[in-house]
Design a protein around this ligand. Structure first.
Ligand code: URA
Length: 212
């Protein structure tokens, strides 16, 4: 069974309050979203495997540490997921970035993939799926379904990274993809009748891109 981890580092909590404030400008919202993405990934990658390498310092030959294990890929779910990518890449600049876009079919209410461009070797990578808001979990699960079923990524190699989650969304992912770890900066109270997270921070995409 995968883990659900609330990353409640004081800097993350402080910055999340800035995002929640309705008076925060688009510019600040975008910057702080990236900063939190960076801080979250710092925490999430704490257990990445290391291996020894031999290097020559200016003084002597020495055995030191170097990241080992699977290469990393970020997969932001369009469009709000894009808001965290630059911040994450500041810490792991060699990560590849794939994109997945999903929309909900108004007739069937099923999530449909309208865009996907992923690294060719995605199935061999450790994958961070990124979306700031985990609300009902519908688009997250649809993206995870695609990665697992179509692109053959092992669920245990996928982590879902979000800023704010609702208990409903967390439960839905746990049911659909029990092997996927979930990392969130906050686990909020509930969803309202319009599918927004309460207290939440509003529509993350609109606030990142200034479209409202
Ligand atoms: N998507 C958002 O951007 N905000 C919510 O509160 C729920 C889904």
């Amino acid at each position: 069974m995968a883990k659900v981890k609330v990353l409640d580092h004081p800097l993350i909590q402080h910055k999340l309050s800035i995002l929640r404030d309705e008076n925060t400008s688009t510019k600040d919202f975008r910057e702080v979203t990236n900063e939190i993405g960076m801080l979250m990934v710092y925490e999430i990658t704490r257990d990445l495997p290391l291996e020894d390498i031999e290097i020559q310092t200016p003084i002597t030959r020495s055995t030191q540490k170097h990241l080992a294990g699977k290469k990393l890929a970020l997969v932001p779910i369009l469009r709000a997921g894009l808001g965290m990518v630059d911040g994450i890449l500041r810490l792991i600049p060699a990560a590849r970035v794939g994109h997945i876009g999903m929309y909900r079919d108004p007739e069937t209410l099923e999530a449909v993939e309208y865009f996907a461009k992923l690294p060719q070797d995605i199935s061999e990578r450790q994958v961070f799926v990124v979306d700031p808001m985990l609300a009902t979990g519908a688009s997250a699960i649809a993206a995870l379904d695609q990665l697992v079923n179509k692109y053959e990524v092992k669920p245990e190699n996928i982590s879902f990274v979000c800023l704010v989650s609702a208990p409903e969304g967390v439960e839905a992912i746990k049911q659909a993809h029990p092997e996927v770890d979930i990392y969130t900066a906050a686990l909020d109270e509930k969803l309202n009748d319009h599918g927004y997270i309460v207290p939440g921070l509003g529509d993350a995409g609109d606030r990142i891109f200034g479209t409202k």
